[in-house]
Design a protein around this ligand. Structure first.
Ligand code: NA7
Length: 489
């Protein structure tokens, strides 16, 4: 009944960074929650990706929860393996582990309009009820395999980077690598010099921003432990924060001075680093900087010049049992084929079948594109909240920071349910459509919409992102505008 404070039951989907965050925040409030995780381990992205060279392109001390800085990072940019260790440490420290049900993949979620209860069904046949569902199911977790003829005929190991095959021949072997996103580039940095030959199949060259990388010493880690202000000085370093703001200003003002600075820095990096003029031209990007995710790397240009690396820019004709045949007839004989071809970025909580009020289906609601009010809530899907849902800020900054800010916003909507002011909360359809219309119009003018192909684009070619500045996002997250919501008794 409305007006009576209620104790809610929360179901969190996914035990990655965002799901652990939601668990910690709910636990702090003494709330009853369960985290359902499809796998046998927490960590999300950092559990699934184990490829050589995996690092996060956000500095380590900025890629932690704001309330849980960590002194133990090995280097300024950390490895994926160490980030996984961080999340395991946090889940232990905040005693989240007992609340995680591993091996529980949500296959369906159905909302009952009369009772305002969500029923979740899991792959193992079990079901569970919840008053509130927090979808923290991640963004890039459905590997996209390339549509290349003959892929299944390759006789050696061929696998996607998020399904790394530890048994595949790599050291001293002939390795083919398809894809030049952040993943492919990082793999080049790790395999150069360790293989007999690495053929990097490059469809589009990359813009590469030079960044510093350095290890932290034992003394530095000891100092971080003693004085967390030293960590804050890195995390909130003016230069770093300023760079994020300049980056988002550049995204939205594509002919402005910030984007020019980014382009100039990357081009100078190319000029100064690549010695062979032919290779330099192969690596020269032919679209706007930051249109695809900008590569931050301290060693790609060095490693790609290793004699074991060959950058193949011709078109792939087909894959044959012994290797890759190019359109000009050239054949690359290979032992192992690595597919760094990215992810289906339009899936989110799917393939779970989600049914909202009155039988509305999420697939129908997302028929044109995945969309949500300020990337978190959807009309017709009461009491369902997404962390890092569709059209949120993407770019080279921390998704942890984004999730924390989104949580502040969501938590205030949850207060409406907890207090009994409402039994159901969802955005008003008109408020959402107005927001989405403005978002799409602005998104088309961002750098992501400047003419390249990337996972930032939705099926209609519109950037699926927050199209305004980082400051505007931070401001919007401080408080939901309650008049934009249906608060039903
Ligand atoms: P991305 O950034 O989606 O990159 C995928 C790469 O694969 C990209 O270079 C594509 O070329 C290439 N690709 C895809 N299909 C093909 C085919 N058929 N032939 C040749 N090349 C192909 O994925 P990542 O895993 O690198 O990174 C994803 C995000 O994870 C990253 O942005 C960070 O946020 C972390 P294209 O550019 O389309 O020409």
């Amino acid at each position: 009944m409305a007006n009576e404070p209620r104790k809610l039951r929360y179901a969190i989907i996914g035990a990655g960074m965002a799901g652990i965050l939601a668990g910690i925040k709910l636990k702090e409030r003494g709330e009853a929650f369960t985290i359902y995780e499809k796998a046998a381990k927490l960590g999300g992205t950092w559990r699934e990706n184990r490829y050589p060279g995996l690092t996060c392109d956000v500095p380590a001390h900025a890629y932690t929860y704001s309330f849980e800085p960590w002194a133990e990072w090995d280097a300024y940019y950390s490895t994926g393996a160490q980030i996984q260790t961080y999340f395991e440490h946090v889940a232990d420290k905040y005693e989240i582990m007992p609340s995680i049900r591993f091996g529980h993949e949500v296959t369906a979620a159905v909302f009952d309009d009369d009772t305002a209860v969500w029923t979740l069904t899991f792959g193992n046949g079990e079901t569970a009820e919840a008053d509130v569902v927090i979808a923290a199911s991640g963004v890039l977790h459905h590997p996209r395999l390339p549509d290349i003829a003959g892929l299944d005929t390759f006789k050696g190991p061929a696998f996607h980077t998020a399904r790394w095959d530890d048994t595949a021949p790599i050291a001293g072997a002939r390795v083919g690598l398809i894809g030049c996103g952040s993943t492919g580039i990082q793999i080049v940095t790790a395999l150069a010099g360790k293989v007999d030959k690495l053929v990097h199949f490059q469809r589009s060259p990359q813009w590469v921003m030079p960044v510093p990388q350095f290890p932290y010493t034992d003394d530095e880690r000891a100092a971080f432990r003693q004085d967390p202000a030293l960590i804050d000085a890195i995390r909130y370093n003016e230069e770093y924060i300023g760079a994020i703001k300049r980056f988002t200003d550049g995204i939205t003002d594509i002919d402005g001075p910030q984007m020019k600075m980014i382009e100039d820095a990357c081009l100078q990096n190319l000029e100064n680093s690549i010695r062979d003029p032919e290779l330099k031209e192969k690596l020269r990007p032919n679209y706007r900087a930051a249109c695809k995710r900008l590569i931050y790397s301290w060693n790609y240009y060095e490693q790609v010049q290793d004699p074991t690396v060959y950058v193949e820019t011709g078109g792939i004709e087909r894959i044959e049992p012994a290797g890759v045949r190019m359109k000009d007839g050239t054949f690359h004989e290979l032992d192992t084929l690595v597919l760094a071809t990215g992810f289906r970025a339009d899936r989110f909580i799917r393939p779970a079948v989600v049914t909202g009020a009155g039988g509305v289906s999420l697939d129908d609601f997302w028929a044109v594109r995945p969309r949500a009010h300020y990337a978190m809530t959807m009309p017709g899907f009461p009491n369902l909240f997404m962390l890092n849902g569709p059209t949120g800020p993407v770019g080279n900054f921390s998704l942890i920071d984004i999730a924390e800010r989104q949580w502040e916003y969501i938590d205030q909507l949850l207060d409406q349910l907890r207090s009994g002011a409402a039994r159901k909360v969802e955005p008003r359809a008109e408020a959402f459509e107005d927001y989405e219309t403005r978002r799409i119009a602005a998104a088309k003018t961002t750098i992501f919409g400047s003419g390249c192909n990337s996972w930032y684009l939705d099926g209609e070619g519109v950037p699926a992102s927050w199209p305004w500045s980082y400051d505007a996002f931070a401001e919007a997250m401080t408080k939901p505008v309650l008049s934009e919501f249906e608060l039903a008794a």
